[in-house]
Design a protein around this ligand. Structure first.
Ligand code: Z5A
Length: 212
């Protein structure tokens, strides 16, 4: 990998990831840093096509294993065509969801050994330098997502039960506990500006000052 830095945002539905990705990219660019925002599933034309299939295009539910593999296929395309080339030329890549989402969303039924193997094959050494896990109660995130969606249709994951969404919060907390060097848990119940300031302080300390 080149001199670039890879930052991911994770968390449950409506946690504020897209909002904070945009804030961080804006701040990095204001420093004259090449920063690009991207998302998963998606980020390249092929991965965006797979996103459509995964979130709204299926006739009947996939098994957890096939779902995890399609998320991973999209990730491989994203890594090969967008993330690794950007990191190699020294850019900051800020991504809304990445491999931790597969672990949290699909890992519950597939188990750790399956997810570890899939992650190693898919991501290899391109793990994020820093991951912000935006943490808030599932009910609050779903309320925010409902407000934003208005009368739009719910997707494959938004229609899951409240127990499923509560389980995601636990799964992300577990990921943070197991990866304390990489993961920072952020209290996402606070004001957008307060959260953005906290995130910026961590990026300054852990990445900008450390590598200047
Ligand atoms: N998925 C998976 O299963 N496996 C995988 O490997 C991957 C993904 C990569 C992608 O959906 C789905 O795919 C996702 C997991 C699954 N499932 N779901 N659900 P997506 O990308 O469409 O949805 P999302 O990732 O959950 O994001 P989101 O619902 O768009 O939420 P968000 O990005 O975290 O939040 P936001 O859009 O920034 O904010 C939501 C609203 O709240 C909006 O109106 C904001 O203005 C507001 N907001 C944001 N922050 C605040 C604060 N601090 N206070 C008050 N209001 C706020």
């Amino acid at each position: 990998m080149g001199a670039g830095r890879f930052i991911t945002f994770e968390g449950g539905e409506g946690a504020g990831k897209s909002t904070q990705v945009a804030r961080l990219v804006e701040r990095l660019r204001a420093q004259g840093i090449e920063a690009l925002s991207t998302r998963e599933p998606g980020g390249t034309p092929n991965a965006e096509a797979l996103r459509k299939v995964l979130l709204e295009g299926l006739q009947e539910p996939l098994s957890p294993a096939s779902e995890a593999m399609i998320f991973s296929a999209a990730r491989i395309d994203h890594l090969d065509k967008l993330i690794r080339p950007a990191l190699a030329r020294g850019a900051y890549v800020v991504c809304d969801r990445f491999a931790d989402s597969t672990r949290a969303y699909q890992g519950g039924t597939l188990g750790t050994a399956f997810i570890d193997g899939l992650e190693a094959l898919t991501v290899g050494a391109t793990m994020p330098d820093l991951t912000f896990i935006l943490d808030l109660p599932a009910e609050d995130g779903l309320k925010r997502a409902d407000l934003r969606r208005g009368s739009g249709k719910v997707d494959r994951f938004e229609s899951e039960t409240i127990e499923f969404h509560r389980g995601l919060r636990t799964a992300f907390a577990e990921i943070a506990k197991n990866n304390p060097q990489r993961c920072i848990v952020v209290d996402a119940t606070r004001h957008i500006d307060t959260i953005a300031d906290d995130i910026w302080r961590v990026v300054e300390t852990r990445l900008l000052k450390a590598h200047s």
